[in-house]
Design a protein around this ligand. Structure first.
Ligand SMILES: Cc1cc2nc3c(=O)[nH]c(=O)nc-3n(C[C@H](O)[C@H](O)[C@H](O)COP(=O)(O)OP(=O)(O)OC[C@H]3O[C@@H](n4cnc5c(N)ncnc54)[C@H](O)[C@@H]3O)c2cc1C
Length: 390
């Protein structure tokens, strides 16, 4: 039986849960936390990228040590457009976040010499109420605030009104030097017969690169052979010589265009579970950092009110992001979707791109994104029907 002395129980040790542990340890060093993860290890197997401009200055102290790779800018390539975006870009890896979180648990002690962070893995946790969880079905633990960071699995029932962003990624050790030193965030030169698809490339070092096939589609999943072929073509183009796979990652992220039904919430929720992610880009980082900062700076008893106020400030942006998904998945034919992204990178200057990805966009940014000549291949009847189904 765990002693009843926790300020926070964080349920779910993925991106949001671990960021939150670091933010709380930094801003409230006397707080005691319990982080419970049902998998055997924290953090899964991900590469979480973001724009450096997503990180507010007040989060830098606790956030910066978590960053595994940084680049001064990145490329996007489309038919008719190749651009270097001059926005610093960076990545947190699961390995780095896991190790930093375990180190935090090992070294941080409160004034009574107890660990500030207890981590328990391989144990599922049910949320019984705003201040109580049940671990492994039989161990109740009380605290001042339970924070639900269970990610996608926290949502009730199958997703409704969503498109999907699916990925198959391989990290390689290459025999010869990789020719690029900056990421290519979208390489859309290939034919687009099967929806919007592109290659994503992160060079982690002179001989280390992640190549990820990504597909945005109304169906989840992607064709592994298609991914293999496009990744193999890039390896061959790049002339990296023999390449050994050192890691693979795969996933599928729902991109909602209908408002999510958050069901009967028993506690405060962050990350994907609480809608603290960017619905239109799939990037969680900007809002996950914002949530972590807010929780860490607020007394547990005030959290529900403060988060409701912060959430309502995001309402319009969340609605706009969902509307973009509806336009993309319901109005534009799969073969023409790439044109939406090509236009985004053709017309927007860096600062607007940064605000969009950072979920800080203004009304004028939103107008600049949607107002203009529409792409060809529109399906207005399907679009109208989408409002009836979701
Ligand atoms: C392949 C892929 C690539 C992505 N790339 C990016 C990117 O580059 N940048 C970015 O910002 N976002 C990216 N995303 C999105 C991002 O990964 C997710 O939105 C993000 O992980 C959400 O964070 P989270 O903490 O809410 O959920 P998760 O990171 O999924 O963590 C939830 C955790 O809760 C645990 N859990 C669930 N139920 C219980 C329970 N009952 N008890 C205990 N533990 C439980 C799970 O095991 C899991 O570890 C990507 C997504 C995918 C699929």
């Amino acid at each position: 039986m765990v002693a009843d002395t926790f300020d926070y129980v964080i349920v779910g040790g993925g991106l949001q849960g671990c960021l939150l542990a670091h933010a709380v340890a930094h801003h409230r060093p006397a707080a005691r936390m319990l982080l419970v993860e049902k998998a055997d290890e924290l953090c899964g197997n991900h590469t979480w990228s973001f724009h450096e401009s997503d990180v507010p200055p007040e989060a830098r102290n606790w956030f910066d040590p978590l960053v595994a790779h940084r680049w001064p800018g990145y490329l996007v390539r489309f038919p008719g457009l190749s651009r270097r975006v001059e926005l610093p870009y960076a990545t947190i890896t699961s390995d780095r976040l896991r190790n930093e979180t375990l180190s935090l648990a090992a070294v941080s002690l409160d004034t009574a010499g107890r660990p500030c962070l207890d981590v328990r893995t391989g144990e599922a946790c049910d949320i019984a109420g705003p201040t109580e969880v049940i671990i492994d079905g039989n161990e109740p633990v009380r605290c001042r605030a339970v924070i639900d960071c269970r990610g996608l699995t926290a949502s009730s029932g199958p997703p409704r009104g969503v498109g999907f962003q699916s990925f198959i990624g391989r990290e390689y050790q290459t025999e010869r030097r990789w020719p690029a030193s900056e990421p290519t965030v979208m390489d859309v030169r290939q034919d687009q017969a099967d929806g919007f698809e592109f290659l994503y490339e992160l060079p982690f070092g002179p001989h280390r690169v992640l190549l990820e096939y990504t597909r945005f589609h109304e169906d989840s999943g992607c064709d592994p052979q298609r991914a293999e072929d496009l990744i193999a073509a890039r390896l061959s183009d790049a002339g990296g010589g023999a390449a050994v796979v050192v890691r693979t990652e795969q996933g599928c992220l729902p991109m909602p265009y209908a408002r999510a039904d958050r069901g009967d919430r028993r506690s405060i929720a962050g990350g994907y579970a609480g809608g603290w992610y960017h619905a239109a880009t799939g990037y969680s980082m900007p809002l996950a950092i914002r949530f972590a900062e807010l929780v860490a700076r607020t007394r547990p008893e005030r959290l529900a009110d403060e988060l409701a106020a912060a959430g309502s400030e995001e309402t319009l942006r969340r609605g706009f992001a969902r509307m973009l998904n509806r336009l993309l998945f319901c109005l534009v034919a799969p073969t023409d979707r790439w044109k939406v992204f090509q236009r985004f990178y053709r017309v927007l200057p860096e600062q607007r791109i940064a605000r969009f990805y950072g979920h800080r966009f203004t009304v004028s940014d939103a107008a600049r994104i949607v107002i203009g000549r529409p792409p060809t291949g529109l399906t207005p009847i399907r679009f109208a029907r989408s409002f009836l189904s979701a």
